[in-house]
Design a protein around this ligand. Structure first.
Ligand code: ADP
Ligand code: MG
Length: 334
């Protein structure tokens, strides 16, 4: 399905990206807005420009709706209310939030707890823009509250309960993927046949780009203006998790926003993880998961998932691919 093209140099990568990705101005419409703490971008093709622009506006509204529902920065969001009340008893939530928490717990079971939305029980103490990290004592005091098994779901009543005090959920590792999936479904429902929706590191493409694949560049995690690979996508999703999006450095230590639930500290070993797959909810959760699992266990997980591929960059800058990507690359070279 996915035929990657890997560039060995920046110059080559750019040569591959630009001609394919630059839209013909007469037909392609685009929009971008800052939502969910990141940049949301939509690009689509529509024969009727008014209908196309209405589609872009609808995507932005959908993103804002999901942000209002799931942001932990908004005290009035449904998720913030859940975090305040669920240790005291079952809290009834919307079907949408219930279903996304259910998906998140499925990824926790799949990854042996590497993906765990209760990471926030400690994670909320970090403030990356301000350079704040909790002390060892604070981490030790709260670490037991990180465990996805503390989250008790009742599908019949769509209620969520936390089995103990101190538990907090944050959906930052999966909600953008969900929002991108909703947006693509919304555009397809409006008759859009070709589009790309991006929210931060999560992108999904609908159809192709005028008979050719969409070309998605993977950034060099240490030289942001450079591209290490360009992957062609048709009707697929790609998510990248990196240690360079939200972080600060102190005494030579990089404090970044993907936490190992076992330690309550930033996961080590990788700089960047890109996951290719059928939908953005899956690729978003898996890119965060593989970042925590590390190269060996992460690769092993992805290799046994049909339709999912990965490109990793480890902390010495070395690239690794799943077998599916490697075969496609070698096939192209011949
Ligand atoms: P981005 O938010 O830059 O797209 P990711 O998709 O990798 O990057 O998500 C990182 C976010 O996931 C963090 O900001 C945090 O909200 C959340 N997170 C961090 N560690 C974990 C974890 N172990 N399990 C689940 N979610 C996590
Ligand atoms: Mg993610």
């Amino acid at each position: 399905m996915i035929r990657p093209r890997v560039a060995s140099s920046f110059a080559l990568a750019v040569a591959l990206v630009l001609p394919a990705a630059r839209p013909a101005l007469a037909e392609w419409l685009s929009g971008h807005e800052a939502i969910m703490g990141t940049e949301v971008r939509v690009e689509l093709w529509h024969e009727d420009p008014d209908a196309g622009r209405a589609g872009i506006a609808a995507v932005m509204e959908e993103m804002r709706r999901i942000d209002r529902l799931m942001s932990t920065y908004k005290p009035e969001s449904e998720l913030s209310r859940l975090n305040r009340e669920a240790a005291r008893g079952p809290v009834r939530v919307s079907r949408e939030l219930f279903d996304l928490i259910t998906r998140a717990l499925e990824f926790s079971r799949l990854t042996g707890g590497a993906f765990d939305v209760t990471y926030s029980s400690v994670g909320y103490l970090y403030d990356y823009p301000r350079g704040v990290a909790p002390s060892e004592e604070e981490i030790a005091r709260r670490l037991d509250a990180i465990d996805y098994r503390h989250v008790v779901l009742d599908a019949a009543t769509t209620t969520v309960r936390y089995a103990r005090a101190g538990v907090r959920i944050d959906l930052g590792g999966i909600a953008k993927g969900h929002a991108v999936d909703r947006s693509i479904a919304l555009l397809a429902g409006r008759g859009v046949a070709a589009a790309i929706v991006t929210a931060g590191g999560d992108s999904r493409v609908l159809g192709d780009h005028r008979g050719r694949p969409w070309m998605i560049g993977i950034r060099d995690p240490r030289r942001r203006e450079d591209v290490v690979a360009v992957l062609p996508l048709v009707n697929a999703a790609i998510s990248t998790s990196g240690d360079y999006e939200r972080y600060f450095e102190r005494d030579g230590v990089r404090y970044h926003h993907i936490l190992d639930p076992k330690t309550g500290k930033s996961a080590r070993g990788l700089r960047s993880v890109s996951i290719l797959g059928p939908d953005s909810t899956t690729t978003d959760a898996l890119s965060t998961s593989v970042f925590v699992l590390g190269a060996e266990r992460g690769m092993r997980l992805v290799e046994r998932m049909p339709g999912v591929d990965a490109l990793l960059i480890d902390d010495s800058g070395r690239l690794r691919f799943t077998e599916g990507l490697r075969k496609a690359i070698e096939g192209r070279d011949r």
